[in-house]
Design a protein around this ligand. Sequence first.
Ligand SMILES: CC(C)(COP(=O)(O)OP(=O)(O)OC[C@H]1O[C@@H](n2cnc3c(N)ncnc32)[C@H](O)[C@@H]1OP(=O)(O)O)[C@@H](O)C(=O)NCCC(=O)NCCS
Length: 397
Amino acid sequence: MSVHLPAGLELRGATSADLPGAAALLAERGDPADAVDVGLVAADQGMDSIGVVLEGDRVVATATLLEETLHVAGTAVPAGQVELVATDTAYEGRGLASALMAWAHTRSAQRGDLLQLMIGIPYFYRRFGYEYVQPIPRWQQLTTAPPPPPDVDVRRATPGDLPELQRLQDRAQAQVDLRLPHSSACWRWLLVHDATEVWVAHRDGRPVGMVRTLPPSGGAAAAELAADDDQAALALLAHAAGPCSEPLKVQHRHGLAAAVVAQLAEATEPAEWYYGRVPDLPALLHHLTPVLCERLRDAGLPASQELLLSTYQQHWRLHLTESGVRVVAQGGAEQAPVSKGGSGIPPDAIASLVIGALGAAGLEQRLPDCLLGRQREALTALFPPLTADLLTFYLPV
Ligand SMILES: CC(C)(COP(=O)(O)OP(=O)(O)OC[C@H]1O[C@@H](n2cnc3c(N)ncnc32)[C@H](O)[C@@H]1OP(=O)(O)O)[C@@H](O)C(=O)NCCC(=O)NCCS
C-alpha cells in the first residue's frame, strides 16, 4: 500500500533500503537504542510492519505496528501496538504521524486485529481514537536493598531459558482479567537488545524467577518481576539494585512479587495509563461471546440479550446469544437511547467499556454522558471493571 501525501511525499511499508534512514530518525528523535529495535522488528515481523514517509529516498517519518495478543478473561484477541513513532523536526506539523497512524490502523484491521493498545506521549494518540483504558502499574522506589539470599544465583537470560521465562510470566499473570504476554518475537528481541536486560534466578540449576531491568545508565529500574517464591524475588531485586548508585525503581505487579516489593518500597510516581482503541465494537463483542455469556450467567441473567447501544453519533441494536453477537440494526445519531430502553456510551469511552479499569458502572459514575438506563443490570454484568497486566516491548518508564 502506497499513499501519496501533499508536497510529493510518499507513505508506504519500508524496504530494506529504508531501514538505515528509519533507524537514524528514531535514534535522533527518541533513544539511540531504538535504531537497534526497529531492525529487530523488521527482521522478525517483516519489513512492511514498519511504515515510512519518504521525500525522494529520504525517510522523514516512521511508525511500526507490532503484533500482539490480548487475553480477555481467557479469550485471545488479536491486537496491534503502534511503536517507534517519529517525524523529522523539519517535517513536523504536516500530518505525517497522523498519516502513519491511519496506515497502521488499516494494516492492523487487515491483519484481523480487533483492538489496539499502546503506550505513548500524553494526549496525542487520543486524536486517533485511543482512550486511556488501564493504569500503568506504579513505579515504587526501593527504600531498602535486600541482602541476596545465599541459595539463589542470578544471571542474564539466554534463549534456552525462554520456556521457563514464559512459564514464570504466565503464572504471574494468571490472576488478572486482561493479560498481554510478550509475543514470541518480542521475547527474542528482549534477549538480544541492550536497552533492557532480562535476568533469571536459579536455585539448584532450576529457574525460579525473572526480572527485566534498565541498565543503571538507563535509569535503574526493574519490571516484570515474576518469581516462584519470596527468596527468588529478593535475589532478583538485590541483583538489580546492586550496581545502582541511586535507589532502584520497581514496577508494581499483582501476586507474590507485589507483597515482597511492598515490604521494601514505597510508591512514588502517579500512575500513567495505557491507551486502547476499539475500532469496531460489534466485531469485538462477537469475538468475546463466550466471555460475555459467562458473565451474564454468573450474574444470574439470561445469556440471550437484546441491547441498544448508542455513542450518540451512531448506534447498534445487538442480539447476544451463545452463538454470537448479531447486529440487528445499526445507524447514525441516536440522541436519546435511554428513552428507547438503551444505553448511551460516548464514543471516546467504547474501549474503556470493554477493556477498561472502571467497567460500565464506573464509567457511568464518572462521565455525565455515559447513561446505562434500563440496561444497567445487563451492562454492569457484561462489562465489569477489569484488572490488567500488560507486557510491552518498551517499558513504560
Ligand atoms: C509526536 C510526533 C511523532 C508528531 O509528529 P507530526 O508528524 O508532527 O504529527 P502530525 O503532523 O501528524 O500531527 C501534529 C498535530 O499534533 C499536534 N501534536 C504534536 N505533538 C502533540 C502532543 N504531544 N500532544 C498533542 N498534540 C500534539 C500538533 O500540534 C499538530 O496539531 P494540528 O494538526 O492541529 O496542527 C513528532 O513530534 C515526534 O517525532 N516527536 C518526537 C518523538 C516522539 O515523541 N514520538 C512519539 C513517541 S510515543
